[in-house]
Design a protein around this ligand. Sequence first.
Ligand code: NAD
Length: 263
Amino acid sequence: MNLKAPDYVEGHGLITGRSVLITAAAGAGIGFAAATRAAEEGARAIVLSDIHEGRLEKAVEQLKSDTGLEAVHGKLANVASEDDVRALIDHAEDVLGGTDILINNAGLGTSKLLVEMEDDEWHKVIDVTLNGTMRMTRYMMRVMQARGKGGVIVNNASVLGWRAQKEQAHYAAAKAGVMALTRCAALEAAEFDVRINAVAPSIVLHPMLRKSASEELLAELESKEAYGRAAEAWEVANVMLFLASDYSSYMTGEVVSVSSQRS
Ligand SMILES: NC(=O)c1ccc[n+]([C@@H]2O[C@H](COP(=O)([O-])OP(=O)(O)OC[C@H]3O[C@@H](n4cnc5c(N)ncnc54)[C@H](O)[C@@H]3O)[C@@H](O)[C@H]2O)c1
């Protein structure tokens, strides 16, 4: 069975007037889809960030022309660097006049059996995926607490934080860590009115992912889904924007699965 994706859902003004910062937003996947959805849901200004300069410049122009939003800014940053993280959030505070919503999208994976994995590969995946999310969350919490106007953080985990898959011990451990970080940080942030939740997508296919995994594996992962297909990046972005909006006002520390697999 392979059920087709529904038609693209139009925006409903879920975050009208809010400002948004998104990491890893210049790729072909969830980050840019979340930026597009944020603009369509009424964001007044958006900072796109990524580690790749050329793609970032194009993404800024693309978002402006796709959505008509003029207040789109780009800022290079590697979430594995504390200096970059601070410079990014400080920059966003300046150009946005305060960040209302942070979407921590950056995450990195490779495929390797654990018995063959060297420490370097383990550490790199953990450092971008878990530590990067921690660095962004920690500094944003400090800034939002000091500003005193609340805010929202949405992290990008993965169903692999719950499930097992061969060659994914490092990535799965990092995503389980993102889930735990989300719960604990949310508990601490509640007292200064900052909500922190995460999505856990199953699979979103895009050209960059197709290059890094075999067609066989991707087809097997799709076949495990009740819908027999991967999610569209915008279907994950929709859930992120729900979590970023006031519609999820009684949710914090939650991890929401964006998946049709039941196992
Ligand atoms: N694609 C999937 O099937 C899937 C499934 C579950 C979870 N996720 C998670 O969703 C997030 C987005 O993944 P995606 O596959 O949709 O791709 P994406 O297009 O949203 O993100 C890729 C971008 O990340 C940037 N990036 C890489 N390392 C970075 C770093 N250190 N600092 C800043 N930016 C960096 C890349 O330059 C690229 O532009 C990741 O956290 C990923 O783990 C993806």
